[in-house]
Write a protein that binds this ligand. Structure first.
Ligand code: 6R9
Length: 650
């Protein structure tokens, strides 16, 4: 990349891809991007069909797209088994002995799985699931550490047509139960535990606790990872290894309809109940594959590393389905980035010669805070491309990532997308797009993104509005599982026939998209979505709490911190011990990522006359200590004075 001028402030500097990078890239100029983008949105069926043809289909489609907003059917009539594109075709060809996954556990154990080995492991585990009675369309809940078996479990479900629902290993028993009941999962795949910062996480115990409150689960398969003590319920719980030892490593992949459900992944929305985002097969695979190809520019000799957890959409699309469909070699890491210290990632990049590295701004900010000494001395010259995802990347973080990690040599792709979009939607193409720190730049091929005002008109340059997608794309979510009405209301009700992302954004004069943040009551904590209503309902489930209001406060490290205002029930004392108890309670109900940073006890919450909590005032109070905005709707003005005192005293 070359800087335009050294005199412009960093925030405005334009970084162009270097000739060196462009030379070997799939898209190597803006002229090529512009031409391909124009063609792809004018004739989406033609573009996506030519991409989908690079995957394995057992039966070709008869029509590329069937569209009546908000219902999309992609590659109509086509039949495929997504794992054939991810495994079989590599295992039987020249990539047979190529490393698919280079795994490193937190304690330092290492394992390499070639495409042939991964294929065998997936076939074996598919046979295990079939023997346990799992059938196509059954829902299977996966609650695993970041180990290859998590990917194997997902792929085995996909291979037999079962629908996986992965629950992030940091979530609580209660979260498992909610999701399990919502999707009606009949089988669970888990591990005894996983490693995190030198300690073990009690995964199986959490599953046991969830299952003690429901009867819908027929069997639990447990992978032995840590060797910690777990209870095995006879007739319900089985050890992975024992079942796999008896299973055949051969399995013929059966074809499923292109629209066959592939997985459900829960994400936070603006009401308390997480949404089960449903993705289907042919379109989702096409979207993740195509974005890996053009945005990460994956080449056969690359070593790719995405540091996300498979429990999030980034792990689904850019650890499991996309990279494997590409036949890529990737690194997978089980534990925390700061274990045993903050040099872990840089050591691993050096050791494995990672060339494409994809992480989140929150991690970058933590590295900056820890200090450069953890990076110094590590040879990062294998890197050629860097990626960012999950939240807007602030210029300081961008600069450090670019200079310190990328050696001012590697393009950064700032990728905007969502659980719902399935694949990256807005991002630079690394060999073509000039970038500026903090913008996700331009829409990907086939993506017709725009920013609209309330009346549905396109906003002028630099005016913020609602980010929408105007045309269907293959990896779009098909519905919220079991709640079509909520699906329509959440994403398709703002403008007729257009997808509303729930983000506010603006475009600059060159057309670059700058994402401002969420428009709904969803926080972005360390790149993870968290509904304020979810945290509020966790708080009021505590016997001492009468009412709660939750807001986000800007935080240097996490992006947003969770701030709670709580009124306690009569006779209950607001003590520091109760504050701690409430933090722990939220951690227990939702998971550690949701633990509040501040819990303020309030004698009352600011409300409108109709009884709605005015979170806007709480936000303002927390950030400025004052309230300047309109308070005419406030029912009781003395509440503000009381809250000011509470915040000042704490
Ligand atoms: C992939 C993922 C989606 C929300 C999204 C937006 C924020 C994601 C971003 C970004 C600015 C980026 N977001 N990537 N904001 N720049 N490059 O994170 O999915 O967990 O569903 O979150 O994250 O607010 O709406 P998900």
């Amino acid at each position: 990349m070359s800087k335009k001028s050294v005199n412009t402030p960093f925030e405005e500097q334009v970084f162009k891809p270097s000739k060196d990078f462009a030379k070997n890239a799939r898209v190597s100029s803006m002229a090529q991007y512009n031409r391909m983008w124009k063609e792809s949105v004018e004739q989406p069926a033609k573009f996506w069909a030519s991409e989908a043809k690079e995957l394995e289909w057992q039966k070709p489609w008869s029509k590329v797209l069937d569209w009546k907003a908000p219902d999309a059917k992609w590659f109509v009539g086509g039949k495929l088994n997504v794992t054939e594109s991810c495994l079989d075709r590599h295992a039987r060809g020249p990539r047979r002995n190529k490393a698919a996954i280079i795994f490193e556990g937190e304690p330092g154990d290492k394992q390499v799985l070639t495409y042939a080995q991964l294929h065998r492991e997936v076939c074996k585990f598919t046979n295990v699931l079939i023997a346990r009675g799992v059938k196509a369309k059954d829902r299977v809940l996966i609650y695993m550490p970041m180990i290859p078996q998590a990917a194997i479990a997902m792929l085995a479900c996909a291979r037999l047509g079962a629908v996986h629902s992965v629950v992030f290993g940091g979530f609580s028993a209660e979260s498992i139960l909610d999701r399990l009941e919502d999707c009606g999962a009949t089988h669970v795949i888990t591990a005894d535990g996983g490693w995190r910062r030198g300690k073990t996480v009690a995964l199986k115990d959490n599953v046991d606790e969830a299952l003690s409150r429901t009867k819908i689960v027929k069997s639990v398969i447990v992978y032995k990872r840590t060797g910690q003590d777990v209870k095995m319920k006879k007739g319900r719980d089985f050890w992975w290894d024992e079942l796999a030892a008896e299973a055949s490593a051969k399995h013929e992949a059966k074809a499923f309809d292109s629209e066959h459900p592939l997985f459900i992944l829960y994400t936070s929305g603006s009401t308390g109940k997480p949404k089960g985002i449903l993705h289907t097969s042919g379109g989702y695979l096409t979207g993740t594959y195509t974005t890996c190809k053009y945005i990460f520019d994956m080449q056969d000799e690359d070593v790719y590393w995405c540091t996300a957890d498979v429990g999030w959409i980034t792990g689904h699309s850019y650890i499991v389905y996309g990279p494997l469909a590409m036949g890529a070699t990737q690194v997978m890491y089980e534990g925390a980035p700061n274990y045993p210290d903050f040099s872990r990632f840089w050591q691993m990049i050096e050791e494995y010669g990672v060339s494409i590295f994809y992480t989140a701004p929150t991690a970058i900010r933590a590295f900056i805070k820890a200090g450069d000494s953890f990076v110094d001395g590590h040879d990062l010259s294998s890197l050629r491309l860097l990626g960012s995802v999950g939240e807007p990347i602030n210029p300081e973080a961008w600069r450090w990532y670019y200079e310190k990690i990328g050696g001012s040599r590697c393009p950064i792709v700032d990728t905007w997308w969502q659980t719902e979009t399935g694949a990256i939607m807005i991002s630079p193409l690394p060999g073509a797009t000039p970038t500026i720190a903090g913008t996700a730049t331009l829409p990907f091929f086939g993506v017709d993104a725009a920013i609209l005002d309330d009346a549905g008109n396109e906003c002028k340059a630099n005016e913020a509005g609602r980010l929408v997608i105007r045309k269907p794309w293959p990896s779009m979510t098909r519905t919220i599982y079991g709640d079509k009405a909520r699906f329509k209301k959440t994403y398709w009700a703002d403008y007729d026939g257009l997808y509303t992302a729930g983000d506010s954004a603006r475009r600059d004069k060159k057309g670059n998209f700058w994402i401002v943040g969420r428009l709904d009551d969803v926080l972005n904590v360390s790149g993870h979505r968290l509904g304020t209503a979810e945290v509020e309902s966790a708080l009021v489930s505590h016997p001492s709490v009468a009412e709660a209001a939750v807001i986000g406060r800007p935080d240097d490290l996490k992006g947003q911190a969770v701030v709670c205002f709580v009124t306690v029930k009569g006779g209950i004392k607001s003590t520091p011990a109760l504050q701690k108890e409430l933090r722990d309670h939220v951690g227990k109900v939702i998971g550690a990522i949701a633990k509040p940073d501040n819990v303020y006890f309030a004698p009352a919450l600011p409300k409108t006359r109709s009884g709605k909590i005015i979170r806007r005032l709480l936000k303002e109070l927390v950030s400025t200590g004052e309230v300047s905005g309109n308070t005419t709707t406030l029912e009781d003005h003395s509440v503000i004075e009381q809250l000011k005192k509470t915040i000042a005293d704490s």
